[in-house]
Design a protein around this ligand. Structure first.
Ligand code: EPZ
Length: 426
């Protein structure tokens, strides 16, 4: 496994950076390609990430043809033939997000078997809301031997009130409802831009999904779906990660093709601190003088609240802003592990359950650190840019799940950063 070495200090990022298609959009979009029984589906602007390879294998495991043309960032899916209804454990166990194939397989086949996704370092990641919604639509759900089996000759439209606006559960139920008998109403649904992107593809396939982006979705079932073409929406979290990188290095960076509307909660917080954010025709420009930035309080919430996927990266910015900032993580129960690593770099902080008090502005020192999840990896690399001396970030498998050429992009903006194999003496 590789590691990343960063020479910190006075890095000031400048230039422009290209953003990829969204990981958290393309994974459910790939699950949706299971639904059409005629025509093929072409996804464009697909990011080259390990999670995409994993989801491609999950879909291939259903006897569906998946061709990933990496040179063109396109995936062509042909799901017309008879498909299998069991998602292979070897791939599902690699990535929790695979659970969103359950709804599409069940809707198309009347039977589905998917292994229970394991938890992960940021939380237990239950799927009770997924299963409760499918049961309300008439599915018979059993859990045995680590697998979930679901049966329903024909799913029926139902009104489902989500205890929590779960992104994955909303996606699973939305897809299942497209082929159900009658109308399904999902209340207190997730409102993330990736939910909207999925609804757009489903409607292109001939589904009838209304209300995506609001807290109430109305899906009227149809007989069958056909293939479609779709451009994956830009990755708002990758864009946000580079916005934070620019701010914490007193930089001046144009994040190309970033969508202001998708990043409003983050941009509001950055501007509250004193970061200059301007919408240009080519994207969003971020400029800052970090010595003049003010500490803030942030609470992560489902969209349109501040995204939990930006929490770790934002704590890195809080670490360089003089004064006491507060980060409250309300979505996942164990998503502060990167802060323990930043403590090793000299960051003063206290963690009181879901609240982290960060005493920013101290000069941080480079150190060997370990990443525990995808966004923590990015946060530690950003912190290495502003710490004095050398920082070595290991366990990059997490990073590669969600960031394409992350260190190359930072290097092109001026960071002193290298990626070497684990056993080299970097
Ligand atoms: C999606 O995960 C994202 N992943 C996550 O991004 C993101 O952090 C999360 O949404 C929240 O925005 C993908 O889209 C592939 P949830 P998901 O269901 O769908 C609880 C990243 O870094 N919950 O909205 O799993 C759950 O425990 C990843 O890119 C239940 O209680 O998120 C958690 O506390 C990390 N029961 C909260 O809801 C359920 O049935 C949010 O989970 C489902 C969820």
């Amino acid at each position: 496994m590789d590691k990343i070495i960063i020479e910190g200090g006075q890095t000031r990022l400048s230039g422009e950076v290209k953003i990829e298609g969204a990981k958290n959009a393309v994974l459910p979009l790939l699950a949706a390609t299971i639904l059409p029984t005629e025509g093929k589906t072409l996804l464009r602007n697909v990011p080259i990430l390990s999670d995409v390879f994993t989801m491609n294998n999950v879909v291939r495991g259903l006897n569906i043809q998946v061709d990933f043309d990496q040179a063109k960032n396109e995936i062509l899916v042909d799901a017309r033939g008879p498909i299998l209804d069991e998602a292979p454990y070897e791939y599902v166990s690699q990535m929790r997000a695979s659970i969103v194939v359950l709804g599409p397989i069940l809707a198309r086949q009347g039977h589905a078997k998917v292994s229970m996704p394991g938890g992960c370092t940021i939380g237990s990641r239950p799927i009770d809301l997924h299963l409760k919604g499918l049961e309300l639509m008439g599915a018979e759900i059993h859990q045995e031997g680590g697998d979930i089996t679901a049966k329903a000759d024909k799913l029926k439209g139902a009104t489902i009130y989500m205890d929590f606006p779960s992104v994955g559960a909303t996606q699973n139920l939305m897809m299942a409802a497209t082929l159900a008998d009658g109308v399904t109403v999902i209340e207190n649904a997730a409102r993330e831009p990736e939910i909207v992107d999925l609804a757009i593809l489903l409607n292109k396939m001939g589904a009838d999904v209304k209300g995506a982006g609001t807290e109430t979705l109305t899906i009227t079932g149809v007989k069958e779906l056909h293939g479609a073409e779709h451009d994956v929406v830009q990755d708002r979290i990758e864009a946000g990660t580079f916005m934070v990188a620019a701010a914490m290095t007193s930089g001046n960076v144009l994040i190309k093709d970033a969508i202001w509307e998708h990043n409003r909660p983050l941009l509001a917080k950055l501007m509250e601190m004193g970061v200059k954010a301007t919408e240009e025709k080519g994207g969003i420009r971020i400029q800052a003088n970090r010595d003049q930035l003010k500490p803030v309080t942030v609470k992560t919430l489902p969209h349109p609240g501040f995204p939990t996927d930006m929490q770790a990266q934002f704590t890195a910015l809080m670490a360089v802003v003089k004064g006491e900032s507060t980060m409250i993580e309300t979505v996942f129960e164990n998503r502060f592990q990167h802060l323990e690593e930043m403590r090793r770099m000299g960051l003063h902080l206290e963690i009181l359950r879901e609240t982290a008090l960060i005493h920013g502005g101290q000069q941080l020192q480079g150190a060997p650190v370990m990443s525990t999840d995808l966004r923590a990896s990015a946060a530690l690399i950003l912190t290495g840019m502003v710490a004095e001396g050398k920082t070595v970030v290991s366990k990059l498998n997490h990073l590669d799940r969600g960031y394409y050429q992350f260190h190359e992009k930072l290097k092109a903006l001026g960071a002193k950063i290298e990626r070497v194999s684990e056993d080299s003496h970097g």
